[in-house]
Design a protein around this ligand. Structure first.
Ligand code: CP
Length: 335
């Protein structure tokens, strides 16, 4: 058993040693060397404010394989619309408060997972992860972050596991590159990938165009964890230089902080980057035989060319599979 915080909301709450043990535990699940039924006779609530393929399917399968039962809820769809702010007069369109929703679920379920994306409307508010934190504040049972406004720790740990499987335990030159996408997307995946890679002691390079900086506080945390793990941490606007010698290329698009609430301005600002900020065969040729990674879903020939994602360098399906194993390890240690 690995000691872990009560909730699994961000890898920043875990030590390097705990993250290493999670990967070790996930590898045991993957090799069928751990047949624990730690959820036997218990249920886990999975609350989805947003769509999902991998997270939903892998959580449901993982809960089943641990002997448990999953209860999937979609606020505003198959369950009531939810208010998360404290002290509000609920005379608008929200029917139920998180205060009751979460505590009721805690009477039925051993654990709660929640997915609640950034709406890209108000940066200062959304960077505090208000919905996730409201759930965690009221929950008496362990919670798993299934992607919030700021973090996607299950994805990041599946990614760290995939790097470990493919490239071994030694630190690698790991490049997180922004890529053009027709619309702004949340920052949870790049935040969590950068943070976890820093915690694991990798040489982390983040490449993005000017104006697409990640959150200042998160960057400071990642830099501190990188230094503590003996790694290196660098941010650049030069995509070609970033690819030089890379052993991992992790592509992801995200929106600019200054354009939260002004989508069209972000769309206009990013138009100039379309042809340059894509992962293609030419850029991959600059790397040190890097593996190509993406959390999926991915837009082909927008973020990455067919030639790269269909090449032997691509590990995107392994990453998706590893979501199942790492989440079983996380749930087995939380319950
Ligand atoms: N990577 C990921 O979280 O996929 P889904 O959005 O399909 O769950």
């Amino acid at each position: 058993m690995i000691w872990m915080p009560k909730h699994f909301l961000t890898t920043a709450d875990c030590s390097r040693d705990e993250l290493e043990k999670l990967i070790y535990s996930a590898l045991h699940f993957k090799q069928n060397r751990d047949l624990s039924q730690l959820l036997a006779g218990q249920s886990v609530a999975l609350v989805f404010f947003n769509p999902s393929l991998r997270t939903r399917a892998s959580m449901q399968v993982g809960i089943y394989e641990l002997g448990g039962n999953s209860v999937v809820l979609e606020p505003g769809g198959t369950s009531w619309t939810l208010e998360h702010r404290d002290g509000v007069v609920m005379d608008g369109d929200k029917t139920e408060h998180v205060a009751e929703f979460v505590r009721v679920l805690g009477r039925y379920c051993a654990m709660i997972g929640v997915r609640t994306f950034a709406q890209l409307k108000n940066w200062e508010e959304e960077r505090t992860d208000p919905v996730l934190n409201a759930f965690a504040r009221y929950s008496g049972v362990p919670m798993v972050n299934l992607e919030s406004a700021m973090h996607h720790p299950c994805q990041a740990m599946a990614d760290m596991m995939t790097i470990r499987e493919r490239l071994g335990a030694e630190p690698k030159r790991v490049v997180l590159t922004w890529a053009w996408h027709p619309k702004p997307l949340p920052m949870a995946v790049p935040n969590s990938f950068a943070l976890a890679a820093a915690q694991m002691g990798h040489e982390v390079v983040i490449a993005h165009p000017p104006g697409y900086e990640l959150d200042d506080e998160l960057m400071k945390t990642a830099q501190a964890r990188s230094a503590a793990a003996g790694g290196r941490f660098e941010v650049t606007n030069d995509i070609d230089a970033a690819f030089d010698g890379a052993e991992v290329i992790y592509a992801k698009s995200w929106g600019a902080k200054q354009f939260y609430g002004a989508t069209e301005r972000d769309v206009d600002a990013r138009a100039q980057y379309r042809s340059e900020w894509i992962v293609d065969e030419e850029k991959m040729a600059r790397t040190n035989s890097a593996v190509f990674m993406h959390c999926l879903p991915v837009r082909r020939n927008v973020i990455v060319t067919d030639g790269v994602i269909d090449s032997a360098a691509s590990v995107v399906i392994d990453e998706a599979e590893n979501r199942l194993h790492i989440q079983k390890a996380i749930m087995a240690n939380l319950v």
